[in-house]
Ligand binder design. Sequence first.
Ligand code: AG3
Length: 283
Amino acid sequence: HSNLWIEERYKDFYGMRYKVENVLYSKKTEFQTVDVVETKGHGKMLLNDGLVMVTERDEIAYHDMIAHVPLFVHPNPKNVLVIGGGDGGTAREVLRHSSVEKCTMVEIDGAVCEACMEFIPQTAEVLKGHPKLDLIIGDGVKFVQEFQATNEKFDVIIIDSTDPIGPAAPLFGPEFYTNVNKCLADNGIVVSQGESPWFEAEIQKSMLGVLNDIFKNIFIYNFSNLTYPGGLWSFTFATKGDIHPINDFRKEAVAASGLEFSYYNEGLHQAAFYLPTFMKKNL
Ligand code: AG3
């Protein structure tokens, strides 16, 4: 019997190992290596360049928190943009909101969508066709540059990226966020995958600095999952107008939506913004 394990190496000092039952997909694309494996304990798992992006067991924590936090703060989110998120999990959660009329998703690597549609329908079913989804395979950096020529604006923009190495690196810089800001409506919100507070304090500090120069209010919030290095992970939250993620949180809308969540709830939404002391230094 096979004794295959996969390991995500974090820098040169830490690794997380998973027993693999089956390798389902493996492809070297123009951007990265994309693998889908069936694990023994975490269900199907997507890795980009050997880094765990999604597992069936814990993806809900990430996708609930990246999508529902901004969507229950914005007063009336209708037009949403997702950059990255090729597995479909973020778009899936965005599209559960009845106020949302259109979700545009811009993923740079079509192979990620293709692999997930075939092997991880839990997140990617929505990509096979949803009347409100506009799936674009293309470069998000270019997209936000060019989109300004239209007179459309987004209410919420979600940056569901990989780590700031490889194809996602520009998604952490000032030029990108200047363009994101121009694509937002007046009361718009941008939420971004914000890396590990334990291991990447410097990256978080630099992200918050970039956002602070461009947006009105900036915050960082946490959630925990099973598979990202260190378990505790962050999202940044930045607003174009004067919106506050707790004071303007539409609490009543959570129950009124009739949606059921297995991770997200009213209490967690608020608690997520209360930070460990060492993180406050970066704000
Ligand atoms: N986005 C990737 C989060 C970063 C994971 N980093 C790591 N494993 N080193 C996840 C995409 C989910 N839609």
